[in-house]
Design a protein around this ligand. Structure first.
Ligand code: SOE
Length: 374
């Protein structure tokens, strides 16, 4: 019997860096994954007509539009993908959900917890996704499998750093990412959100945090750097550092977990590799395995290139979208969902509160949210 292919018309709101990453994923996903959907790049939407027209033409979008309110209501749009700056995420997502669309949204989901919860409530009965793309790095998906198999054992330490340096560039124009009203926060929402999402997935719920936030640049409205200590529900302890001032580091999203049976270590600057230490190895050969996570048998890799042929940043968005479309076809819940991202937002809020008060702060998570983090 011939496979049923359903056409999905996509509208993208926003067209910057993430607009390119998502456009590429929409175009490529059907080449690497066998899916029951055909995606049509229908309308790209942004405020600056000339700029959105140029981007739409470059990436093969049928139309360039400037009025997102009318685009998200259109009958011929099935999917609304939000990659605008953070401050309109909630308004766009809620309008798209009210129009019954499939809603995809960049991280951080919202400007604060209240907004994130409203968005999750609005979209709960609809397919939704938050682009925490690093979950689909094959090496990170393998790390999750190893943790679930008990290869790390009882966890003691979770250590994460997300180090970038571009915030220290004095020539940098006043980008929206530095304006509180548009970004909400700086390194915290932009980078720590990724590290916390991975920590929740790999090591479970966080109970409490203590943190500090620092702005090095005079008159800058958002944090340049944030540090946090955490206690996890599983008894382990965590340290987190996210900064745009780590001179010498471009995009070092790094974590390691040390448990009773072993350890794992990942660094995005070498994203095809996972370091694995197994305490069960004979003592005379104990040491870190440097695993090139390109197959055979590794997550996602059979969809890309033959073993040993490495992949890049863009493949993480393609794999995220493929998993989403597969869960959509089976009518299943995709993760990370808006509910999962509410969990991250609750943690970010606890980090901010602790930095402000100088006190350990409990994470005030809805029970439903904690249960939903997957
Ligand atoms: C900028 O800091 C940025 O593009 C983030 O916004 C992304 O989420 C991260 O993946 C790479 O760096």
């Amino acid at each position: 019997m011939a496979k049923q292919i359903r056409k999905l018309n996509v509208a993208m709101i926003g067209y910057g860096f993430m607009g390119r990453a998502h456009s590429n994923a929409f175009l490529q996903v059907g080449h690497f994954f066998d899916l029951p959907y055909e995606l049509k790049l229908k309308a790209m939407c942004g405020r600056n007509r000339a700029a959105v027209e140029a981007m739409a033409a470059q990436w093969g979008w049928e139309e360039a539009q400037t009025d997102w309110q009318s685009v998200v209501k259109r009958k011929d749009i099935d999917v609304v993908d939000i990659c605008a700056p953070n401050h309109p995420h909630a308004q766009i997502a809620i309008a798209a959900a009210e129009a019954g669309k499939i809603v995809l949204c960049e991280k951080p989901l919202a400007m604060n917890v209240a907004e994130a919860r409203q968005m999750a409530n609005a979209a709960r009965s609809l397919p939704n996704l938050v682009w925490f793309n690093y979950r689909r790095v094959p090496a990170i998906a393998l790390a999750k499998e190893l943790v679930e198999q008990g290869r790390v054992g009882k966890p003691y330490h979770y250590r994460a750093t997300y180090l970038q340096s571009w915030g220290a560039d004095p020539e940098l124009p006043g980008a929206w990412r530095f304006r509180k009203a548009e970004a909400g926060s700086g390194a915290m929402g932009d980078l720590l959100s990724h590290s916390l999402d991975l920590a929740l997935v790999l090591n479970g719920a966080v109970i409490e945090v203590t943190s500090l936030m620092q702005t090095f640049t005079p008159n800058r409205e958002v944090d340049d750097a944030v540090l946090a200590l955490t206690r996890f529900a599983n008894g382990s302890i965590g340290t987190f550092e996210a900064t745009r001032f780590a001179i010498g580091c471009r995009n070092r999203n790094y974590f390691e977990i040390h448990g009773a049976e072993g350890a794992i270590r990942f660094d995005l600057e070498d994203l095809n590799r996972l370091e694995v230490f197994d305490r069960g190895d004979a003592v005379e050969i104990q040491g870190s395995h440097n695993v090139l996570v390109t197959g055979p048998g590794h997550p996602y890799t059979s969809h890309f290139w033959p073993p040993g042929h490495i992949i890049g940043y863009e493949h993480t968005f393609i794999a995220t979208l493929a998993d989403f479309l597969n869960t959509l076809a089976k009518n299943q819940q995709f993760h990370p969902s808006f509910d999962d991202a509410v969990g991250v937002q609750e943690l970010l809020e606890a980090v901010e509160t602790s930095a402000r008060t100088g006190k350990w702060t409990k994470v005030s998570a809805d029970d439903a949210t904690v249960a939903a983090i997957q």
